[in-house]
Design a protein around this ligand. Structure first.
Ligand code: IMP
Ligand code: MG
Length: 186
């Protein structure tokens, strides 16, 4: 991958910057309403690196006292296929006992990553754990995991942009698109 023109990597735009921003504002409003009368502290956890852009945008639409933190996890599997063997690369900087936790993730695919995270955070004594994900690839799910707040459902296609990468690049595209097939090497 080289060159300055990012458009060459994009096949189709699925969601424009405007569509994304409108939806993220709606989700933020919904979260604000749902957590308004909580009794516990709210901790919003962004999952690096894919959720970084969604996390930044979403937080600006949550009109509540929140703390934020980040985790980084990797799921080891054959090639780009996720597996149940999830490992924590960067952990939280604080205990979460008794807190309401909102996990912010870019996309739920098989659901292995989030299944591991939800179980892990509940085991640490979180009062509640919910999931906000920008995209939901439901066709690919092999776990019972569901997003509590979902930006958009998408078909089983590899997507890039708005935090999501291809070989660690293209996360900075402001829209969500499919990858130009000439870049697939599988
Ligand atoms: P899961 O454990 O299979 O649900 O994997 C979820 C993770 O895989 C997401 O957090 C993404 O990092 C990555 N992922 C899944 N599908 C895509 C995609 O279409 N584009 C970019 N990353 C993806
Ligand atoms: Mg991810």
């Amino acid at each position: 991958m080289s060159g300055d023109n990012l458009q060459q990597y994009v096949d189709r735009i699925l969601f424009t910057e405007e569509e994304i921003q409108r939806r993220v504002a709606e989700i933020g409003k919904q979260i604000t309403a749902d957590y308004a009368n909580r009794n516990a502290d709210l901790l919003v956890i962004g999952i690096l690196k894919g959720a970084s852009v969604f996390m930044a945008d979403l937080l600006k639409h949550i009109d509540l006292d929140v703390e934020i933190d980040f985790m980084s996890v990797s799921s080891y599997g054959a090639g780009t296929v996720s597996s149940g063997d999830v490992r924590i690369i960067k952990d939280l900087e604080q205990p979460i006992m008794g807190k309401d936790v909102l996990i912010v993730e870019d996309i739920v695919d098989t659901g292995y990553t989030l299944k591991y995270l939800v179980e892990n955070l509940l085991a640490r004594g979180a009062h509640s754990v919910k999931i906000a994900c920008m995209l939901d690839k439901a066709e690919r799910r092999v776990t019972e995991i569901q997003g509590d707040y979902v930006g958009f459902p998408i078909p089983d296609e590899y997507v890039i942009g708005y935090g999501m990468d291809f070989n660690q690049k293209l996360r900075n595209l402001p829209f969500i698109g499919t990858l130009n097939p000439i870049y697939y090497r599988q």
